[in-house]
Design a protein around this ligand. Structure first.
Ligand SMILES: [Zn+2]
Length: 339
């Protein structure tokens, strides 16, 4: 099969990889219909995370081609959406809704789903079948659910977005935009997008933002306070993962408010005393997308949400390198790869 391999930072190639086959009885082989490039794929691309001839990709939708003898919940021919974290969905952690911390957790990134096929372990726990075969348009929306929509949704839930609340979203990448969509669905009264890019501001408004704040850092915090009667937002989503963005989110959250942080924060150092005196609820980490998948699939199936609008560049898998380059240079928010 064809698949994306990152040889070294900045060096992305599409080449022949070995076809996956069933290893464990709980595995499924999925023939991918579409895949995509994630903002987190830019960490190795930029040399921040180690990379050496690494198969890439962790977002996927497709058709089940083969199942192991213990797989019961999905069958051959099903169209499935999977989380970017493998989970059994039966252990105590999974049952509490934190499938991204499953005792059998592995990251799909280790499998590499920017490819024609993928072996998905714990298929019963990880994959969710759609009500039927999706249209091409639905495929885009469902693919977003595999990571960015699920992650944005988790961030909004962690930030306790709800009716009557003001939600501020730090970050206008795909996850930030999806958190805006989620906050709107969760009934937030006011949604403030923190963004400087006109085209992303437009998309933010499309997904439900009511206000745009262009200021960053301390100025951004001051602006959020100004918009909220000096209190700060009830709910703040951090969807970047830099020091400035993280502290901006802490500062923008009102005392007793909630902050959901989902930006992968390799370089962030949190000053304990600042967090202490902020007096806020915080929850973050890799999103338990599996918790939300059945509901998200239904919302997409009913046409209630169109998260696939976050993909602003579509390329064939063979042109993955151009997709990475476009995202690295911020010419694209999120790239869909067709198969
Ligand atoms: Zn589990």
């Amino acid at each position: 099969m064809r698949g994306v391999v990152m040889y070294a930072p900045g060096d992305v190639r599409v080449e022949e990889r070995e076809d996956p086959s069933i290893v464990d009885a709980t595995d499924a082989i999925v023939r991918l219909t579409a895949t995509c490039i994630c903002g987190s794929d830019l960490w190795p691309y930029r040399g921040i995370e180690p990379v050496d001839h690494t198969p890439m990709g962790h977002e996927y939708v497709g058709v089940v081609e083969e199942i192991g003898s213990d797989v019961k919940n999905v069958k051959v021919g099903d169209f499935v959406v999977g989380s970017f974290v493998i989970s059994d969905n039966t252990c105590e952690i999974c049952r509490s809704g934190y499938q991204s911390q499953c005792v059998h957790r592995t990251f799909v990134a280790q499998i590499g789903t920017q490819a024609e096929k993928a072996r998905i372990p714990y298929a019963d726990g990880t994959l969710v079948a759609t009500p039927g075969q999706p249209t091409e348009d639905q495929v885009r929306h469902l693919l977003a659910a595999s990571d960015v929509l699920g992650t944005g949704w988790y961030a909004a839930v962690a930030a306790a977005a709800a009716p009557g609340k003001t939600v501020a979203v730090v970050g206008d990448g795909a996850v930030g935009l999806m958190a805006i969509l989620a906050a709107k669905q969760l009934g937030a009264e006011r949604i403030i997008a923190m963004s400087r890019h006109p085209e992303r501001q437009a998309l933010a408004r499309h997904f439900g933002a009511t206000d745009i704040v262009e200021e960053r850092g301390e100025d951004g915090v001051a602006k959020i306070k100004e918009l909220t009667g000096g209190l700060g937002a009830h709910s703040v989503v951090e969807a970047v993962g830099t020091q400035e963005a993280f502290m901006q989110a802490v500062g923008a959250t009102r005392g007793g408010g909630h902050m959901g942080y989902v930006g992968v924060n390799y370089e962030v150092q949190i000053p304990g005393i600042q967090l202490f005196f902020a007096g806020i609820h915080t929850e973050g980490g890799p999103a338990p997308v599996r918790r939300f998948l059945p509901d998200l699939i239904q919302l997409i199936w009913d046409g209630t949400i169109e998260p696939g609008r976050v993909f602003d560049l579509t390329l064939p898998l063979e042109e993955a390198a151009a997709g990475y380059k476009a995202m690295d240079e911020r010419r694209a928010t999120k790239v869909l790869l067709t198969l």
